[in-house]
Design a protein around this ligand. Sequence first.
Ligand SMILES: [Ca+2]
Ligand SMILES: [Ca+2]
Ligand SMILES: [Ca+2]
Length: 143
Amino acid sequence: MSCVVGPVAGDLDGDSRPEIIVMVGGANPAGYYILEADGSDWSDSTVDIAVPPKPGAGNLGTTEPAIADFDKDGTAEIVVVHSSGDVYILPHTGGSTTVFEYKSDQPTDTPGGSPRIADVDENGSAEVIIGNDVFEIQGTNLV
Ligand SMILES: [Ca+2]
Ligand SMILES: [Ca+2]
Ligand SMILES: [Ca+2]
């Protein structure tokens, strides 16, 4: 099994200890696991983020998740790009294509772009940037 995408680490639940997000391996990955920093969740075979990831640039690996506290409630949200290009923002405990906090109203057409988080318009709330696409939270949508 090869893994060409590095794990993404960050404090998801606000306990000052990082969690690690790793891809579920295989040719057609089903999503990601969320692990404690000490790896203590390895025995948990449940896929925590059941969103099949979009392939990475040149179809190598997959796009990486991103982590940010969009609603500033002390726990981070997880940004993933579905294989369809749709962008999901999930709770820090994980989610799926039916359990999410926000979903883009259209897919990104940027090939292989992993999400980046920044407040590009400096209005105090973060946007999701994928290639040339910028998604802003409006209601329950990413537009
Ligand atoms: Ca933590
Ligand atoms: Ca939050
Ligand atoms: Ca903003």
